[in-house]
Design a protein around this ligand. Structure first.
Ligand SMILES: *[C@@H]1O[C@H](CO)[C@@H](O)[C@H](O)[C@H]1NC(C)=O
Ligand SMILES: *[C@@H]1O[C@H](CO)[C@@H](O)[C@H](O)[C@H]1NC(C)=O
Ligand SMILES: *[C@@H]1O[C@H](CO)[C@@H](O)[C@H](O)[C@H]1NC(C)=O
Length: 391
């Protein structure tokens, strides 16, 4: 998935998920990768000759990146690190290398051929957008002379490669369940998922939701309510103090029921993009004095991350393991944890300061002063959306 240059740039993640998509789609993926109900570790079943794509390390490979972010028309300017003056370049050329198998180099033309006539949609927060941008840039770079249309309407961005009839879409929807503004305030309805109509008729759906749940508390301290809730609601019951992770579990369960009742696995493949790491605390990678990803130019070597786990990881696995329809987890937590160098860090700011609300909104920052303020608070995930790269 995703974006190129910078951050995870693209490619690695991009590669990984795309390859995964390809393989899964063209093999009997449901059979090989589905979650088995009741299996206690929540891990996907694996075919005997398969390898865990998500366990591995980043290797430097100067035949990358797969596209030049400076000229890709789909990158959010705020995330275009090279354009925004990021001086180092190593981070553009790492390739994800699973421990137990080789990933083929991603081939955009082949991808477009295979997915001829198909619709692919990323649904979620800016990390989904990140992936969308990456895929868009990689494909465009593979067929630069091929005509495309890009239509942006409300929360939906739809890029279509006309010759191939392939549409790659991003639908912004940070919580998946409904956030409704009522007289009493912003109500996050954990058991209601009314915007799901837009997910129908898509061939490949890649969902993601986590960071808005995890960071909302901190956002509130920054005098911003733009992206937060005032109440949770389940049934008729309003609550202010529910544990956000409990709420997250309920919301994901609501989503999982929607998938179980509405998805025909012979027509639609469903993926869940796992939790992306953030890098604000150097103690997680043995640099205790560091408090951001600024100045990081290389990934963590090897395939172990010493630091924190995210409470959402177990929740996601548990919810997926209880589903009746196959959903494949793109378990990107480790591979993003290793990329402390992949974030825009201060090179996201340049554009942010210079630009108007459009770009800022994309970063979930709104047009208020929370930007500067937040850089001094601790929730730099928003301020410093490291996994959104650029270039
Ligand atoms: C792209 O569109 C232009 C104008 O309609 C057309 O002349 C050109 O042949 C198209 N290119 C391709 C590769 O289809
Ligand atoms: C999944 O099912 C198990 C067994 O019924 C249950 O203990 C667990 O709480 C469920 N997980 C979620 C997220 O509902
Ligand atoms: C930021 O986090 C650190 C440690 O996690 C804490 O000591 C500090 O007080 C926090 N700063 C703010 C402004 O919340």
């Amino acid at each position: 998935m995703v974006v190129h240059s910078g951050l995870f740039r693209h490619h690695s993640v991009a590669l990984l998920s795309l390859v995964t998509l390809l393989n899964l789609t063209h093999q009997a993926y449901a059979e090989k990768y589905s979650y088995e109900s009741g299996q206690d570790d929540g891990e996907p079943r694996k075919q005997s000759n398969s390898c865990n794509l998500f366990k591995g390390s980043w290797v430097f490979d100067d035949s990358y990146p797969l596209y030049n972010g400076l000229i890709c028309p789909f990158i959010n300017p705020g995330l275009n690190c090279q354009k925004n003056g990021r001086p180092d370049k190593l981070y553009l050329s790492y390739r994800w290398n699973p421990d137990d198998c080789d990933l083929p180099r991603f081939d955009g033309q082949d991808f477009l051929q295979r997915f001829k006539g198909k619709k692919i949609m990323f649904v979620g927060d800016s990390l989904s957008s990140n992936q969308w941008q990456s895929l868009a840039c990689i494909l465009h770079n593979a067929v630069p002379d091929s005509n495309y249309t890009l239509v942006q309407r409300g929360p939906l961005s739809k890029l279509t490669f006309l010759e191939y009839g392939v549409s790659v879409m991003f639908l912004k929807n940070g919580f998946l369940v409904d956030l409704v503004v009522e007289d009493i305030g912003r109500v996050l309805k954990l058991d209601s998922i009314s915007r799901s109509n837009q997910w129908k008729g898509v061939d490949i759906l890649v969902f993601n939701s986590y960071h808005w749940w995890a960071h909302t508390g901190r956002l509130k301290t920054c005098d911003s309510k733009i992206f937060t809730w005032d109440y949770f609601q389940v049934g008729d019951k309003l609550s202010k103090d529910m544990d956000p992770m409990e709420a997250y579990k309920m919301a994901l369960t609501t989503w999982s029921k929607w998938v179980d009742s509405n998805i025909d696995p012979t027509k639609t493949k469903v993926f869940f993009q796992g939790i992306s790491a953030v890098h604000y605390q150097g103690k997680n990678w043995n640099e205790p004095e560091v408090e951001s990803c600024n100045g990081q130019t290389q990934p963590i070597p090897g395939s172990n991350y010493p630091g924190n786990r995210y409470p959402g990881e177990a929740i996601v696995k548990s919810v997926l393991s209880n589903m009746t329809k196959p959903v494949y987890l793109l378990d990107i937590t480790l591979l993003t944890q290793l990329r402390k160098d992949g974030h825009p860090s201060q090179y996201a700011m340049v554009a942010r300061i210079a630009a108007t609300g459009v770009l800022l909104a994309f970063l979930m920052l709104g047009t208020n002063s929370c930007t500067q303020f937040c850089s001094r608070c601790n929730f730099s995930f928003f301020f410093n959306p490291c996994y959104i790269e650029s270039s």
